[in-house]
Unconditional design. Structure first.
Length: 186
């Protein structure tokens, strides 16, 4: 029941905030919603990276999985891949997952990949998003759907980060209680 309530609250908050920009949403409803969803996801991922203490960036529940820091690096690498595919740019191929280990370097890399992808989401329109590109070498897919796959991938790995945070008794960003607004003055 709690998960259902959380899901409802997330969907309601997304819908409410999305409704604030009606003109853009009416002109480009699909790309506008996709942009909004990405903005929320990049904030959530960054808050997750910031919440985990430096000493836990090497933490992995078992040897068979990535460490917390490697997941953050993998997300950054993947964002470059998906967003460069959607825009037709060359993937910078920074190999962040394998080359960065400190919390500061990984957060900086995540911020840079978020900014890179934000340009792709910001510039996408419904018409441009309908144009197809090759994904994974041979799959023809609309550009907008490449950005949807990026969001799906980010969400998948946010789930990993949540598990790691919970194992370290850290409350994930999407489970935090909202701050109480100040009482109105009488």
């Amino acid at each position: 029941m709690r998960k259902l309530t959380l899901l409802f609250c997330l969907v309601a908050a997304t819908a409410l905030a999305f409704a604030q920009d009606q003109t853009q949403a009416q002109t480009n409803p699909y790309s506008s919603f996709n942009k909004f969803a990405y903005q929320r996801m990049q904030d959530t991922l960054l808050r997750s990276a910031e919440k985990m203490p430096e000493e836990n960036y090497n933490f992995k529940p078992t040897d068979a999985v990535r460490s917390y820091g490697q997941i953050v690096g993998h997300i950054s690498d993947s964002q470059y891949f998906f967003c460069s595919t959607a825009t037709g740019e060359k993937n910078p191929g920074l190999n962040i997952e394998k080359t960065k280990t400190s919390k500061a370097d990984l957060i900086a890399a995540l911020k840079e990949s978020n900014a890179y992808c934000a340009k792709a989401y910001d510039s996408m329109t419904d018409a441009a998003g309908a144009q197809t590109v090759k994904l994974f070498g041979n799959l023809d897919i609309p550009k907008l759907d490449v950005l949807v796959v990026n969001l799906m991938h980010d969400n998948e790995h946010y789930g990993n980060l949540v598990t790691y945070m919970r194992l370290k008794n850290i409350v994930p960003p999407t489970s935090e209680q909202p701050s109480t607004p100040p009482s109105p003055k009488k």
